[in-house]
Ligand binder design. Sequence first.
Ligand code: SAM
Ligand code: SF4
Length: 320
Amino acid sequence: MEQLIDPFGRKIDYLRISVTDRCNYRCVYCMPLEGVPFKDMSEILTYEEIVLFAKASYDLGVRKIKLTGGEPLVRKHIYRLIKMLKDIGYSDISLTTNGSLLKHYAQLLKESGLNRVTVSLDTLDKDKFRSITRLGNLDDVMSGFDELDKAGFTNTKINSVIMRTYNIECIENLLNFAISRNYEIRFIEYMPTDFNENFKENFVSIDEIKSIIKNKHSLRQTSYKTNGPSQYCEIENTRVGFITPLSHNFCAFCNRIRLSSDGNLILCLGHDIKINFKDVLKQKDLEQIKELLKKSITKKPKQHQLLTTNIHQSFSNIGG
Ligand code: SAM
Ligand code: SF4
């Protein structure tokens, strides 16, 4: 079997697909209140084009897919895409969502064969939730968790971005919630983009987050590892992950590529290099797509540049 390997010997087996750049929230760390200019629908990949890209990736050794956005659940009939990806042979498909629409879709997502869901949740305080998401309602997300459990999802994860002036005091409640529901929780360092405000004032390092946790809990080191960037500890039986894009570089272990909603291959979150696949996808020639993928992977940068430069697009376009 052919395998995508980049110039630094890293095996690329994980694809993140942003299915839409649209979102029903305006999180302070992601977008300005007025939103970012959304792409015209004619620029957004169709499900058939996404599937073609995923098929080419599968043939080149990619085995895990994450569906993201924007908010992936605002794209119509996302469960249809999941079924199509399953038919290619993917057995590990997960989705990252703000949780607002899960109460409507959890069951359909389960039936489509989705393996896992990650919900972004940065606080359990209704007012703070509103000020972070600007348009969100915490009750919707809490019902979403209930529906996920009812539908039979296991290995549910929570992603929490911690910002000093918004939610640093929420770490303990978030942890307790994850423990009570047996969900994995991952704390993510706030990353600088051209679209977020007061980055310096709001950045909190994972070392600081860990020291806050250690005031109340004993954090046990664990040998658990995934191919991803998270380092793991445990509290009781709950896995707690820490993602440190800024404070401890993890690029040596990078295994991923990203497909933006408008058909660009993004080789690194912290670099501007993007390769247009839209044109080749329109031609529907699988071999040509595979050739372009193999050629593109030779351009994957060694590491991100987030310590010296911002990400120049909103996460809503590249999917985080
Ligand atoms: N809308 C979905 C959601 O919020 O989960 C999926 C897309 S969102 C862009 C994916 C992830 O990126 C979320 O977990 C979000 O918290 C994270 N994210 C967005 N902007 C970020 C930033 N500036 N720094 C760190 N994480 C960020
Ligand atoms: Fe939307 Fe997710 Fe960005 Fe929040 S982080 S604005 S939910 S895309």
